[in-house]
Ligand binder design. Structure first.
Ligand SMILES: NC(=O)c1ccc[n+]([C@@H]2O[C@H](COP(=O)([O-])OP(=O)(O)OC[C@H]3O[C@@H](n4cnc5c(N)ncnc54)[C@H](O)[C@@H]3O)[C@@H](O)[C@H]2O)c1
Length: 353
């Protein structure tokens, strides 16, 4: 079998720390063939380090050389680059968030469908052992009817001080669109992608706009900080489920806390660490598995393997574009609710007309 020729656009941190090493660990199936970055010397350095044959001047040049591309640019460019790739017949693994807003995300999904190409979004929490385990448990009905979900994506003092993460124009938002999106995605997947009907939210950035903050992930300018660093939300779904959500880049807490908890009639679970409790024989049982810690590289390889296997039709794609679009719709509604000070009702277009 010929190896998949893979291109990478945007050769920064996530490309070199996760995706390219994942490709290298799958060298029997795929090879890094071409790279492109607006910072050409960075692209050349990455090509040299990881052995890519081509350093391209433009995305179009790269699309002519590869079977699939990994988009690792700031969020603003996810949609246009993904759509151009798909229209040229190139499969896409795009970094999260899918896009800046639901209109862009919808256009990406349509381009994938029209061109019969794979469009995967890098919501990698689904590929963690805890995420996989939780999916198996919920699909097996171990929790009974799920009722309530709680998402906490809480970092203590970790505003990303590098790149453009605090630039609204290039990223579309802060802690929610950057980090909260991962755990929101995981929770929706575990709940079976329920249809949201109403979203309330509040966003904050008072802490990061105050001078003299402690930050573990490098320096940022509090005066130009223009995105959210803390978001709370409450989501109601058509099937009666409700979800409480909180995310932060920079909370006043003892340590980071990342969790999705689900509570059902017969049991409850939370991930990171994975714990499960079930009602049996008139008592609440601790039914938690004993899991060994796994390296982030294992998760990145699992994600890449699923992407490649989906491109060749051997596996179902784990993160469907339609599901990532729903995450984007909810994020849009959270920002809108905070801006307007009102709950946002989500309606399907046919219900609106
Ligand atoms: N899955 C995760 O957990 C995770 C973690 C970090 C970042 N990300 C996502 O990955 C993306 C990149 O983040 P990063 O941390 O690698 O940022 P980064 O700043 O380290 O790298 C971004 C790279 O993109 C290049 N670039 C900018 N505009 C470009 C354009 N129009 N065309 C080509 N290249 C361009 C920059 O020169 C830079 O080299 C973002 O969308 C971010 O949300 C995801």
């Amino acid at each position: 079998m010929n190896k998949w020729k893979i291109g990478v656009i945007g050769t920064g941190g996530i490309a070199t720390e996760r995706h390219i090493p994942a490709l290298q660990s799958l060298h029997q199936k795929a090879e890094l063939s071409a790279v492109q970055d607006v910072n050409k010397s960075r692209a050349a350095e990455v090509a040299e380090t990881f052995g890519a044959a081509h350093v391209c001047d433009t995305p179009a040049e790269l699309f002519d050389l590869v079977d699939a591309v990994i988009i690792c640019t700031p969020n603003k460019f996810h949609a246009e680059l993904s759509i151009e790739a798909l229209n040229r017949g190139v499969h896409v693994l795009c970094e999260k968030p899918m896009a800046m807003n639901r209109y862009e995300a919808e256009a990406m999904k349509t381009a994938a469908e029209n061109n019969n190409r794979i469009l995967a979004i890098a919501y990698h929490y689904r590929h963690t052992q805890e995420g996989i385990m939780a999916k198996r448990v919920t699909e097996a009905g171990e929790l009974g009817k799920p009722l309530v979900a709680r998402v906490q994506a809480m970092r203590r003092r970790k505003v990303p001080g590098w790149g453009v993460f605090t630039n609204k124009e290039l990223q579309g938002g802060g802690s929610l669109i950057d980090f909260g999106c991962h755990l929101l995605d995981l929770s929706l997947w575990l709940l079976g992608n329920p249809e949201p009907v109403e979203v309330s939210a509040e966003t904050y950035n008072d802490l990061s706009r105050t001078p003299g903050q402690v930050n573990d992930w490098g320096a940022f300018d509090h005066e130009t900080f223009e995105v959210d660093d803390h978001v709370t939300s409450y989501i109601r779904f058509k099937n009666g489920l409700s979800l409480q959500f909180e995310c932060s880049w920079s909370a006043n807490i003892k340590e980071d806390h990342t969790s999705v908890s689900l509570s059902g009639v017969d049991g409850g679970l939370s991930v990171y660490p994975f714990e499960m409790y079930q009602t049996k024989y008139g008592a609440v049982w601790n039914a938690s598995p004993v899991l060994k810690e796994e390296e982030p590289s294992v998760v990145a390889t699992r994600q890449m393997d699923n992407f490649l296997a989906s491109c060749s039709g051997e596996e179902e794609l784990i993160v469907e574009a339609s599901e990532a679009l729903r995450v984007t719709e909810i994020i849009d509604a959270m920002y809108e609710s905070s801006d307007t000070g009102r709950a946002v009702t989500l309606k399907k277009e046919e219900e609106e007309s």
